[in-house]
Design a binder for this molecule. Structure first.
Ligand code: URA
Length: 235
């Protein structure tokens, strides 16, 4: 629970600073029911939390993977951020954390990192049609006809057209696009299909969760309980 390393926690226990259901425990090897036992450490109550959820504003130039022999990954970014913020990785089972969803190397914006496989499944499953909103800048102007085609669905080299999308123009070469699928390079391929190229792509939202405007590229924060609950709700 991010209190410290194993040896630090052992010290805390041996020095009588940890209470289980109101009683001081002095043996680190004691077993407790992690859900039912009330644990107080140095006067603070801890609620066991098996899952952890982070929001990252993914920076450009890193790949959405856990490890890679050559390239910097989003997990490398997460580790660096946690060490910077907390001074260590103590207590965080980083090996279990993975990105829930994928952004291209040059795409920036909202990425969720978690160790909760079922939440990841919920938001990524194609059948769930979770909406994702992107800020898109293009090489050339997006005409009303192009916008209309994107809205209705386009062929991107597969059998099925893309599902209807919501497009909101911001400038002649900039819009937000909300899609409910997650096909490979989908946004870039949709714009190619109507005759232009994406030159900047940023994910702004997934389901009810919007990228925190305070979060700069490369920064990470934990999701609040409310945000986690909202992510789990049906969209
Ligand atoms: N669509 C793309 O083309 N790239 C991304 O990174 C995300 C959606």
């Amino acid at each position: 629970m991010n209190i410290g390393t194993r040896s630090k926690v052992k010290e805390l226990i041996k020095s009588g600073q940890v209470l289980a259901d109101g009683k001081i425990i002095k043996k680190p090897e004691i077993h407790v029911d992690e859900i039912g036992t009330k644990i107080i450490c140095q006067g603070k109550e801890y609620q066991y939390q098996p899952y952890i959820y982070y929001m990252m504003n993914k920076p450009p130039g890193v790949i959405t993977a856990t490890t890679d022999g050559k390239e910097r990954t989003v997990l490398d970014v997460l580790k660096e951020q946690l060490i910077e913020k907390k001074g260590s990785l103590a207590g965080i089972p980083i090996k279990d954390i993975f990105p829930a969803g994928r952004l291209d190397k040059d795409t920036v914006g909202l990425l969720i990192l978690t160790n909760d496989g079922s939440l990841a499944h919920n938001i990524l499953s194609p059948a769930k049609h979770v909406p994702k909103t992107y800020l898109v800048k293009t090489q050339s102007a997006i005409s009303p006809q192009m916008a209309d085609r994107l809205k209705k669905g386009v062929l991107i080299g597969e059998k099925e057209r893309t599902l209807p999308a919501v497009i909101t123009m911001r400038k002649e070469d900039e819009c937000t696009l909300t899609i409910t699928e997650g096909r490979y390079h989908q946004v870039k391929r949709m714009f190619q299909a109507v005759g232009t190229n994406v030159i900047y792509l940023k994910r702004l939202s997934m389901g009810n969760l919007w990228l925190d405007k305070e979060l700069e590229e490369g920064q990470v924060r934990e999701l609040t309980q409310k945000e986690v609950m909202e992510l789990c709700l049906k969209k």
